[in-house]
Design a protein around this ligand. Structure first.
Ligand code: GDP
Length: 527
């Protein structure tokens, strides 16, 4: 194998997703602990937005600081190079998570055994399913009372639309939690007070009817386990790696991240089955990781925390070839040749300058305003990687300049914040007024605060009563023109000059769709 192929085969780049509080941060930390990347618990900070006594702005800044530190956590484990991409749990930052999911090759979904499938889990899994991203499920907090395991699996299948296959099975839960039986390795792992503190040893039990089982967990629990595993066999398909890799089968693990329990099994199975870096679609051309040219795309932009230096860090996922420091590559959207003298790699929470990086790796590129989310860089053909859609925002407000002397600063600030993907900007066709669309109300505070502190500009908002933004297209010019005349007041352009209809109500939207049957109304910007 060439060295590029070896590097590719080593890499596993994935994201952990969950509804807030299910245990994403705890699991991330435990994976780093088992991977030897950190020495003690508590090193990974939660990037949750906490509404505390301190001002929200301070909280936003604190969160931004943590979020740059934990954006990517790389570590080596059993000769694999693992990259965990962090995703914000807060729903107001869901767009950020959707974009990060375009840069992963697989995901682990964390579900709280007591709460089951929650709203944010549903949304995030839907995004993964759109791209057939392979999914592993980790059911967490087995040390607490929760839902019956069979009921929970039913709920996962029906609410998340996943076809699942348990690879471990709990023996009791809460007070009666005895451990898990690992169907993947045919091993029993006991949960004891002692094991809570350290990594427990597994006991190999090939045959679950082995009397050793009853000795370890008691007659009743052993009998229940035999019965339940029998039931499982009747209901669920056997694990098949290809089906998992195609995104059509999700292995399920049980454990307790807080107590280090079930995490090792998850990690060991993960490195065996999870996909290495995958090919990526660039306008119809599949770019394979082992192409002889480097290519990559930007999925996240982070403003520097120091407002005096307005440079930014663009996070790039390498799709193909070998990236090298100080080599000239083409930024395909603007057609400019660029080289990067300080590309950053992320190992656990440390950053360091790298000379080389490979497919599956994430590098941070210092940027002075050339990059937008979704931009591609290539050493070979002029590629444009597909797959970073914007979704229709939920909130819309006019943004007004509150300091006439600072119009230039305001425009620049808005422009750059939109490049970062903080929110979406729409410009009304009729009068050029600017409307900011966001997924959550919190973003307006973020924008206002950052405009003032980073750009010295002041803004105010005014409600804009839109219901949804729809990207529209039509092959029927005449109908599009008729529609444009009728709906002139509701038409806007997005940042890429695409035509958007800001429907004022669900009623007017369905009327428009009925009347203009040759126009397609899209709820996301890529179609
Ligand atoms: P996130 O919002 O998904 O990142 O969740 P966190 O990792 O911050 O966890 C939320 C809360 O659940 C914290 O108080 C954790 O200590 C707790 N937690 C996480 N894993 C477990 C577990 O296995 N058992 C119990 N009892 N609590 C847990």
């Amino acid at each position: 194998m060439s060295s590029l192929k070896q590097e590719i085969a080593k890499r596993r780049t994935f994201g952990i997703i969950s509804h807030p509080d299910a245990g994403k941060t705890t699991l991330t930390e435990k994976l780093l602990l088992f991977g030897g990347a950190i020495q003690e618990a508590g090193a990974v900070k939660s990037n949750k937005i906490k509404k505390t006594a301190t001002s929200d702005f301070m909280e936003i800044e604190r969160q931004r600081g943590i979020s740059v530190a934990t954006s990517v956590m790389g570590f080596d484990y059993k000769s694999k190079k693992i990259n965990i991409l962090d995703t914000p749990g807060h729903q107001d930052f869901a767009e950020d998570t959707y974009r990060t999911l375009t840069a992963v090759d697989s995901v682990i979904v964390v579900i709280d055994v007591a709460k089951g499938v929650e709203t944010q889990t549903e949304k995030l899994v839907e995004v993964c399913r759109m791209r057939n991203t392979p999914i592993i499920v980790f059911i967490n907090k087995l040390d607490r009372e929760g839902k019956d395991a069979f009921d929970l699996l039913d709920e996962i299948e029906s609410k998340l639309g996943l076809n699942i296959c348990p690879l471990s099975w709990p023996i009791g839960m809460g007070q009666r939690f005895k451990g898990v039986y690992n169907l993947w390795e045919k091993q029993l792992k006991l949960y004891t007070e002692v094991n809570k503190q350290k990594i427990a040893n597994s006991i190999e039990i090939e045959n679950i009817e082995d009397p050793k089982m009853a000795e370890m967990v008691g007659d009743e629990a052993a009998a229940t386990l035999v019965e339940e595993l029998g039931l499982l066999q009747g209901v669920y398909d056997d694990f098949d790696r290809d089906t998992y890799l195609a995104g059509n089968l999700s292995p399920v693990f049980f454990g307790s991240a807080l107590n280090n329990f079930g995490v090792q099994e998850l990690l060991d199975c993960f490195i065996e089955i999870a996909p290495p870096p995958q090919p990526k679609d660039a306008n119809g051309v599949m770019v394979k990781p082992d192409e002889d040219f480097f290519s990559g795309f930007v999925f996240k932009i982070h403003a520097n925390m120091d407002p005096k230096h307005r440079d930014r860090l663009a996070f790039m996922k390498i799709v193909s070839g070998t990236f090298e420091r100080n080599k000239n590559y083409k930024h395909t959207r603007i057609g400019k040749s660029m080289k990067f003298s300080n590309p950053t790699a992320f190992m656990a929470s440390k950053k360091s300058v790298v000379d080389q990086a490979f497919p599956g790796d994430i590098i941070g590129l210092h940027d002075t305003g050339n990059f937008r989310i979704g931009d591609s860089v290539s050493e070979g053909p002029d590629l444009e990687f597909k797959g970073i859609p914007s979704f229709s925002p939920e909130h819309f407000r006019f943004i007004n300049n509150a300091d006439p002397m600072k119009a230039k600063q305001l425009n620049k600030g808005i422009d750059q914040l939109m490049d970062e993907g903080v929110a979406q900007l729409f410009t009304l066709e009729s009068n050029n007024r600017k409307i900011i669309g966001t997924v959550g109300a919190l973003q307006y505070e973020v924008i206002q605060y950052r405009l003032e502190h980073e750009y010295g500009a002041k803004c105010s908002y005014e409600n804009y009563p839109a219901y949804k933004a729809c990207w529209i297209e039509s092959s029927d010019e005449a109908q599009l023109e008729e529609f444009s005349k009728l709906k002139y007041r509701y038409l806007a352009r997005d940042k890429f000059d695409r035509l958007v209809f800001l429907a004022d109500s669900s009623f007017s939207l369905s009327m428009a769709r009925e009347k203009f049957d040759k126009i397609q109304f899209h709820f996301k910007s890529e179609f």
